[in-house]
Design a protein around this ligand. Sequence first.
Ligand code: RUQ
Ligand code: CUA
Length: 655
Amino acid sequence: MNQESKRLSLTLLFVSVALLGLILSSCGGSTSANGSSTGSNVQALMSARDLTEADVTAALKTYTPTGAKDDYMIFASGGHGGNVIVIGVPSMRIHKYIAVFGPEPWQGYGYGDQTSGLLASGNLEGEDLGWGDVHHPALSETAGDYDGEYLFVNDKANARIAVIDLKDFATKQIVQSGLIESDHGGCFVTPNTEYIIEGSQYPAPLNGEYAPISEYKTKYRGAVIFWKFDREKGRIDKSSSFAIELPPYMQDLADAGKLATDGWMFLNSFNTEMAIGGNLDGEPPLESGASQNDMDYMSVINWRKAAQVAADPANTTMNSGLPLISIETAVANDLLFEVPEPKSPHGCDVTPDGKEIVVAGKLDTHATVYNWAKMKALIDAKDFTGNDTYGIPILDFQKSIRGQVEIGLGPLHTQFDGDGNAYTSVFIETVVAKWSLKDLKVIEKLPVHYNIGHLMAAEGDTVSPDGKYVVAMNKWALDRFQDVGPLLPQNFQLVDISGENMQLLYDMPLPLGEPHYAQMIKSDKLHPERSYPVGTDPLMDRIDPFAVANGDERIERKADGVHVYMTAIRSHFKPDTISVKKGDTVHLHLTNVETAHDATHGFCIGSYNINVSLEPGEHSNMTFVADRAGVFPMYCTEFCSALHLEMAGYFLVEG
Ligand code: RUQ
Ligand code: CUA
């Protein structure tokens, strides 16, 4: 710790001790007639808990008293947990899990007709997918800045994209193209959320077709999909989306250009060797085959022009319902270029001014800073060093970069503050490296614990980063917390970057799948609603045709089964007794007719797998066959009132 921050932390400590003294003496605390004995109380606490001044300073910076709210909110990928975690900063308190790609009982997600239909809409070729591998959340942007309206996440395993509405923090749509088999270069949004970018990862024959691995170079392909976002509807519009074919390299992370690079995007790739493994047959394993070359390629794509090209059907072929621009057409229209990048690159991050792109190579010790003015000049002059195997023009590496920063072993991802600094996660060395964009010099390294993958700074990938905080997203919190068995939690470490030196503030175990990326948004940009208009189907964003009004409850036997029109209000369901015959198809239409913010009811029927959550005003439909006779209690699963336990009834199935 340098002198400056030592002084600062001492001052903070002094102020806190003085404040505590004031509070205690005004309460007439018997043990603290004066400040000095309070001071010794704090001293005693510190020594009892073995805390240093730095610890106490960190505590003062993160402690959030009861009732106080967080300045920032993190949306973190839940990895192969298939969900999103919402975390407050600086407290690091978890506020919500947003269910996305798999069922989640608390939110009733995947149980009622609406959300199970939503999950089913993301199924592939009849395969029931109960999970996803969430990698990179992207908040919607206006003019390159988070606008707090929507969140998009990708599912790497099944090549899907989900749309989450931040009006109610709920998943609204899952799309899968059928074109590619996995994705990684997503989600990234263009500066006004015109498109949500989804780049493939592991090449495969397009459209789910078969070709032997021996035909890898000729039949396997990558692709990048530009999903058109209809902000008015809050949904992706597949009919206005398009894709560009890419070589069978393994495309990795991407970023959309902004300001100076608006209209362009950048997409890393590794395994430009096109290794295919085959270790059982004596071939080198995939990872060594894929690490032969010193250089791989970053694809440079003019998406704005590509959108114009794709609008003319003569330029595309329909693939899985998407107009696809072939590599040939992309090259002929100056849409696609490659620039070499060292070695097995991972992160690809555009600077806040949009003028440069920072690429970090997993097997390289540098972060490489590409300069757009230089690259654009090469592109305009058609000054290429040649073409790759697929005819894509290649820019000269040296002529494309401003320089390289000697970062350390295993640099991965880079984010920015508002003062011209960059922060790169360094996996093998297990540090956060702070460096200056101005002179490309490392300023400071902060050891983190450990296996850091991604990191994120407050609004750190927008046109106006806030600085203040960085969160290191570490994998496997080995020896960090109490042991909880062989499977380790992850560890999010909150770092204060507002001072001259980075200060580690807080360790947070996160018991979910490997988190990849997260974004941190200023809390006051979020404006969630507190209830729905009564009878709302949140998925369709409208009053459900089966919505039930107070006083309109009834049971009707129709040709397609028994329709039960129910309401929930503290503290009963109406009707509270439902009698059907074995074999009946049952349609439960249940509206929570309350609108107070704290009036959620749950509804379940034991052993019939019926479980929904009815937020205030929400309507849910549940369809099932009463295929077992018996008497089944049904009840509310949220403690909604003093008579919550009495909010119950019976579902009777006569055999
Ligand atoms: S990627 S660290 Cu999707 Cu970096 Cu995981
Ligand atoms: Cu409604 Cu408990």
